[in-house]
Structure formats: structure tokens, C-alpha cells
Design a protein around this ligand. Sequence first.
Ligand code: AMP
Length: 548
Amino acid sequence: MPDNLIQRTASAYTYPLLIKNLLQSPVVNDPQQEIIYRNQARFTYAEFKQRVCRLANTLTEIGVKAGDTVAVMDWDSHRYLECFYAIPMLGAVLHTVNIRLSTEQILYTIDHAEDDYILVNEEFLPLLEQIKGRIDTVKDYILLQDGQQQPETTLTFAGEYEALLAESDDHYNFPDFDENTRATTFYTTGTTGMPKGVYFSHRQLVLHTLAGIAALGTVVVHGRLHQQDTYMPMTPMFHVHAWGLPYIATALGLKQVYPGKYTPEVLLKLIDKEKVTFSHCVPTILHLLMSHPLFNEIDLSNWKVLIGGAALSKAMCKAAMQKGVDIYTGYGMSETCPVLTLAHITESDLTEEEELEIRCKTGRPMPLVELKIVDEQMAEVPADGESVGEIVVRTPWLTQGYLKDQRNSESLWRGGYLHTGDVAHKDKYNYVKITDRIKDVIKIGGEWVSSLEIEDLLATYQGVGEVAVISLPDQKWGEKPLALVVKRPEVEINEKELLQHVRGFIDKGIISKQLILLKVKFVETIDKTSVGKINKRLLREMHTDSKS
Ligand code: AMP
């Protein structure tokens, strides 16, 4: 053994980085601090901890054991927060089901993750009814509901969440285990093909939480998250653990507000009533809030909003700042837990234009993030604010691959770095700015749609010769899909019938509902690169300019 290795006294405790340990400080320091669910429920942190124990006892009672996968299908709620803790603390894996996927994709993710149990909000029962005969692995369900009315369903349940918790003991002795145990899994459609599972260990989530606390809490003024903040997510909890903020907020002991299903009115009223001071969302959600009359009526001058998932436009940033909102950008992806960079203002005496510029950048890497911008040979491009390359990263909290998918895992991880598929430049102050992406996907309102999948569907339609689906910038949705179609000479086709063809697949739950926004444009030819691939970058430029 080398001399400098730490010698361990026999009874010394090595303290594994487990999610249960995130509960150490707030519960002890301020048991009266509140966790709120819409206008419906309020709990103290002391009660929250008891409920986490009750949930653990309930789950154990119905048969959940370490290594099982427990899925949750819910809107943002106190229940979801309890699952964020209780399920991994048992040594089981929390699968946060993306309920915005198509029904067939949801079935695929349930099967692929090999879910053993599902906690399901009554709103999603009709969806489960459609696929229940084809779900092979699930042994039991728990019903989640806000009211008390018995839902009409043929599914049977181990019980209703609140009733089960009420019957369970409020103590649970959570065991220690290896910090590298898988804690969470969920699926991303940010790559082509079927959704891909990413997964994170206790150690990864704890380190992401600590780095997040440091990065968000150590800026001097702008965008700082501190102990007196009131936190409300506006990025769903099924999407990358709501960017990890529920873990950060709980570890800091903040007042937290969970809004259920997002509607602009509910969100704005909660911000106003509960004096929310910190939120995060994709630009589409902020756009929805800004378009609602209440946005101009309530005081938002104490509200900090972290925007991510897509670039923040200067126009949106400026309009929010005029309302007094402290708005800025963050960047990450499902594969990265997610947060990689934050665009905090760290200097004073900036002009309004300079501030805007910084707030809308992609940001600077947070602690422990090694971020490089490289060319195809993995050589770093100059940090001159102009030279572009792909963002590749290393941090302790990156998914180590795609679940049960060796081939795609190997293309995600190359040369020891995770490849993001995002194209960016970096300046001498280490500010990154995303300018494009290599991956062939479209992000509509924060949700991914595979362009290849739509191309396949359109290509099977009689009369379609060649087809390329590209994204165009859109103020409300961020991006909108446009299909460029070259007709075959012998058959006459029009946009309406092509859209009806696509609609058929949406109605059957085979493809994403977001594709309702698809538009079609007939063209003579589709441009290719020198190696014969469709030149989507050029197509995007051509069709954006012509305001298609
Ligand atoms: P997701 O896995 O759904 O969270 O999507 C991650 C992807 O969203 C990234 O790889 C980027 O392409 C995009 N994205 C996230 N944050 C930003 C940002 N601040 N600016 C531009 N694109 C972003």
C-alpha cells in the first residue's frame, strides 16, 4: 500500500455520499420551514421527513426492495419530492416517467427500465388503460390523487398514497450502502431513435447538489440562491430531476412550492401568493407566463429565473428585466444530471446591453466541470469568442452510458469525454455560447422530437420522393418543425394530405403530440454536404431567412 493512502481507524465512519444525507441540515435547523402543494397542502420539513419514512414503510410493505425500479407518473407535487428521497433511500431506483412522451414511447420506457411498481396520478390512468395488457414487469400500482373520489378504472392498486401513508409508521432506519448505487433513471429523446435511458448514482446526485449550491450561492448579487429564497420549479420533476433544484432547495432548507400541472394562471398566482423568489424553466414556459395578463399585474421584482433547455433570446431577457425579473441562463442536458454552466453577472458597472449579452450567454462551467470545445480531432479550438467546435465534458455527475445500450453509449463517450452534440464557442473569460447543434433533433417547447422519425413517416407516403425535416426558430415554441419535400413526378400530393398522414400517427400515440406544429414545404431539391449527407445547417439558414 502506498504511504500516502489514508489510514483508517477501525471505527472511523467513511460517510458514503447518499441522498439520505442531504436531509441532515434543514430538518435539524428549521423544522417549521414549509413545503407547499398548490393551494391544497402545506407541510413542515419535520412532517416531510416523517412522510418520507412513511412512504419508505409503505413501499417496503408492498414488496419494494433494494435494486427494484419504482416509477412515478405525476405532475410536480410534494408526493414527487417525497419519492425523490424515499425511493433511492431504500436502495431502489426512481424512474421519473416523462408523461409528455407518446403512449407507445411511455410503454417502451416502462418496459425498458423494467419498472417493478408505478405510482400513478389518476390523470394518467386512461393512458395506462391503453397499454396495461402490454406492461410485463409491473407488480403493483399506487394511486396518486388530489381529491378523494374513486377513479373509474380497471386497474387495481395496492392502495391510495395518502391512505397508505396514514397507516404507515413515521420512522425508518435507512441503511447505508455503496454511494455508487443507481438512484434515478429517466429517458431522453434528445437523440435519434427510441428514447434512451440515462442513470445517476447517489454519489453523482449528492455532488451535483453540492456543486449547485456552491455555484448558485456564491455569486455576489444577481441570480443568487440563498437561505431566504422561496423555490418553485417550472421545469417538470420528470425532466432531469427538475434540473436537480429540488435536491438543492431541500438541502438548503428553503421554503418550496410545488405547482402541480403547469398553467400560467396557477404559476403566476402561486408566485404572487407564496412570494416565490427562485424558479427555472425553458423559454417556452416563460413566454406563456409573459403572455398572460397577470404577468403585468403582479410584483416580480424579487423573482430570479434560471432559463435553460434552449437559448434565452435577448428580446425575452430584456422584457423580463423591464419587469424587474433577475433572469439568466444555464445549460446542461439529460445526460449531464443536468447543470454544466451558469451565466451569472459577476461584474458591476455594466451597461444594460453588456448585462443582456452576458445573461443570454450559455454561461461559465460550474465547480468540478471540465468543459472543452473541440474540433473533430479532439483538439481544443482557440478561446477567442469565434472559433466553434463541439462541447465535450467531464464532471463527476455524467451518465456513464445509456441504459442497456452499448452502441449509443460508445458514441456518447469518446476519448474519455461525454460528447454533447452542441456546437459552441468560448471567449477568454470562459463564457461559452452555443451556436448550433450536431444532433439531428428538434426541440419544441422544451420537448425533443426526432427529425429522422418524421422523415421516415413522410418517406413512406406515396408521392414523396425525398424529405428532410429541419427546425426553424419560433418565438413561442423555441423551434418548429418544417418538412422539405421533393415530390415524385408521377403522383400529385399536397400539404394537407401529408399532415393528415402524420396526424394519424399522433392520434395513435405513436409519435409526439408536438408534431401537430409540423409544416410542409415542397422544394425542387434538397442540399447535401460534400459527403452526401443532407445539409441541415444550410437548409436551416436558407429557410429561416425566407421566413418559412
Ligand atoms: P435535454 O436533454 O432535453 O435537457 O436537452 C439538452 C439540450 O438542450 C442541450 O444539449 C442543448 O442542445 C439544449 N440546451 C440546453 N440548455 C441550453 C442553452 N442554455 N442554450 C442553448 N441550448 C441549450
